[in-house]
Design a protein around this ligand. Sequence first.
Ligand code: HDE
Length: 674
Amino acid sequence: MSKENSDEKNKQLDQFRVKDEGEALTTNQGLKMAEDEFSLKAGERGPTLLEDFHFREKMTHFDHERIPERVVHARGFAAHGEFEVYESLAPYTKAKFLNEPGKKTPVFVRFSTVAGSRGSGDLARDVRGFATKFYTEEGNYDLVGNNMPVFFIQDGIKFPDFIHAVKPEPHNEIPQAQSAHDTFWDFVANNQETAHMVMWHMSDRAIPRSFRMMEGFGVHTYRLVNEKGQAFFVKFHWKPVLGVHSVVWDEAQKLSGKDPDFHRRDLYEAIENGDYPVYELGLQIINEEDEFKFDFDILDATKLWPEEDVPVRLVGRMTLNQNVDNYFAETEQVAFHPGHVVPGIDFSNDPLLQTRLFSYTDTQLIRLGGPNFHELPINKSVPEVHNNQRDGYGRQAINTSYVSYHKNSLAENTPRPVSEGEGGYSHYQEKVEGRKVRARSESFKDHFTQAILFWNSMSDVEKQHIVNAFSFELGKCKEVSVREQVLEMFSNVSHELVSAIAENIGLSVPGKKEITYTKSSPALSQENTTKKTDTRKVAVIAADDYPEGLSEMMDELKEAGINAEVVSDHQGTIKGSDNTVLPVAHTLMTADSVLFDAVLLASENGKTPLFSFEAPYFVKEALLHYKPIGAIKAGASILEDLQISGQSGVVIDDSQQFIEAVRKARFWNRDGKN
Ligand code: HDE
């Protein structure tokens, strides 16, 4: 376990860390026990006795081990790290953790899928949660975001409906962790504010290559407030330095079987290997007086602010450098809340955000069993907590004063509220007036323009993937009427899109409805993302007697930051014709092409029956998934047997070109489906 951080939060957590290795076994009362394998019985073959306090305690605790999983975002994985701000953001916010250049703040980040239950697979087509807890000196600040910048609905009162629709259908609890079913698409067609987000959901963003290679978005418009009380509208972004990358759908489906933990394993191993994921924090800022200058309402969470119009200013970086010690204590018990803010950060009237401000504490109360969840080590703020809240299940604090009310004279009115000057949080005094109405603003009613913007911004390959995703998902809907309604709805986005889908799902093409909107936002296309070789995984398929030069090539790959791992027909080591020895990381039985970014062939076919069967299969899969394929010397014979030596992204005996191919990651101009 890497222990890079000796920050205030880690020092606090150290008080709770328990090392059991080497210790005597005790009961929960600290009593050492002489026996832990046999319950106490009346005679060796007799009944177990009620007197057996050790058995009762052990079994009772086990019987109560489970807590309810999160109602959404149940499957998650988290890590510790630190955030460092580049420059003082005092002109915009008085938040202390953003005010001093170079200031570091401990963080805890939990990534998640939304729809699946806790044991579901990582590669579901889904939105990913990206929740960050900053343990600041002014208290916890939670940025509870997703990997997509918009959301399905505009008002949180519809959230239970939306989640009911996307979760497994209630009569038979099928399908798990999938949106490819009737109720989800029925909801979409009958709630057309979903249009923009559904475009993201059908895009490659919904099947990330890694948590380390996806963006994060605060989604809502928040407010920054400076010392002078001036406020600015803000959207938060996380930008991964490795760029934004995805897998292809066929790969995602296969990964769900080959390694359902693909994303959590990837993050865990990267941190263990010292390949710390880094994300830059970006801010988009709009001055208050510019609130109405856009062709969308900035309070509408189904709209993004195109980066070309409102540039993203990079203001700091977050490095994840420490895995958790205990999944349950940390990852499962962490409680995020968009309402956990610090002075200098405030809310907007986005109706989705407003309702979230209620939901998170409410859900923690049932999930974590009462109102004291803030005392759990992972949730404890660095500053001490002082107020008049008392008691409740599992209370940890021993408040020593007999005064637990405000105002008082017996404790000189303490704990006392403090002024803003002394760090007291005070809400931004926005002027609000209006009638009490259940209504939605007219300015929220355009559901299609930004869905078109998204479509316009995609490369041809990305468009094809979106067509394929719609065709897959609608193809899984049993009700033809649902398919028809969805097609009808998306004809408002693109005739090209619905025509292609219609053909795939056997429906006639709806009439043209889309408005003419030609704007695009290049920042939305993954085609324009950063491409690096760092931490890319290459499977080196080799057997004994591998050709001279392989170990040198592996060194070159390592120098380029690539993790090359030998896959062979047996475990242990293999010996080359040049007498070098390489450790075998996986066998052809345990590894599979979908677990790697590229494949390098270093031995000829026919080495062993396993090799002859699996190695060509490995290559065919890599080919189908547009991945780089390399070969050195005898390894090229496998490519010749398969007649693929001439395909793009296939490199023979050229390490530098192979490294460049790994950087490029995918070669879309191959035959076969996208
Ligand atoms: Fe959440 N969401 N959400 N959500 N959300 C929860 O809180 C909710 C929304 C997000 O890793 C729950 O502790 C409502 C948008 C993340 O622990 C719950 C609405 C965004 C996580 C809840 C939304 C998110 C949650 C379930 C509509 C992106 C996981 C468990 C207004 C900006 C946090 C929990 C973690 C979790 C409610 C919509 C992000 C029920 C009512 C939009 C990353 O409180």
